[in-house]
Design a protein around this ligand. Structure first.
Ligand code: C5P
Length: 224
């Protein structure tokens, strides 16, 4: 695959599921494998972009040619992304960022004792919303949404609320879609309400479809 339509562009991709520590040996996390974000990074390198991959822990090897920034928590990801946002042409947020973290991380391993244990959680910063607020007109912002109900309504709301150029929405209850899988079934949702459903495809093919859409958005054309 050789196409240079992202040559000269600096792109940042986030991937993986953040880990929110409870104590020195435990964390809260989610089922994200990081495969979609890593496929996006691989495809972007193939098309000539300079790629920064901000990754929460995964079992994947980073694609050759990317700058890897490893993070664990949502707050570390927030800092890593914000520090680099000004120089990006495109940001794609494929990471599954924990919405909440434990209020405290215990200094020592929490001992078992009482029959029940209540964990208090606090909201994490929403990285993508913050980027939407700071976005310059030349910058393109792409989000992902994993939904288990009301996919289109939630996606349309998110694309507007977070000031995105494109939201890639998937119903993670469908077989072959979402977490851990090598394939995905998504709808591309644009501000203004245009929705383009895509068939089941492998994550690298989907990554290329997303970069096709970014190229189109950059050229100022309306989405196909
Ligand atoms: O609102 P929701 O979490 O479904 O939005 C998903 C999108 O927002 C994803 O692109 C995800 O990476 C991003 N997000 C974020 N920071 C959060 C939560 C979600 O950047 N704290």
């Amino acid at each position: 695959f050789t196409r240079d339509d992202l040559a000269g562009l600096q792109v940042l991709i986030t991937a993986g599921g953040t880990r929110e520590p409870l104590d020195p040996v435990r964390y809260l996390s989610n089922r994200s494998s990081g495969k979609m974000g890593y496929a996006l990074a691989r495809a972007a390198v193939q098309r000539g972009a300079r790629v920064t991959l901000v990754s929460a822990p995964t079992s994947l090897l980073p694609p050759a040619g990317v700058e890897l920034v490893s993070v664990e928590t949502a707050r570390e990801m927030y800092r890593a992304v914000m520090e680099r946002f000004a120089e990006q042409d495109v940001v794609v947020k494929a990471a599954a960022v924990a919405d909440y973290r434990p209020v405290v991380c215990a200094e020592q391993k929490i001992k078992k004792g009482t029959d029940s244990l209540i964990l208090e959680l606090v909201r994490n910063p929403d990285i993508l919303s913050e980027l939407g607020l700071r976005k310059a007109p030349r910058q393109i912002l792409v989000g992902f949404a994993a939904e288990t109900e009301d996919l289109e309504a939630n996606a349309l709301q998110k694309v507007e609320k977070k000031n995105l150029d494109l939201l890639v929405a998937n119903d993670v209850t469908q077989p072959g879609a979402g977490f851990g899988s090598d394939t995905n079934i998504v709808k591309m949702v644009y501000p203004g309400g245009h929705i383009q459903p895509l068939p089941l495809m492998d994550k690298l093919s989907l990554a290329h479809r997303i970069w096709d859409a970014v190229v189109e958005l950059r050229s100022g054309k309306s989405p196909a």
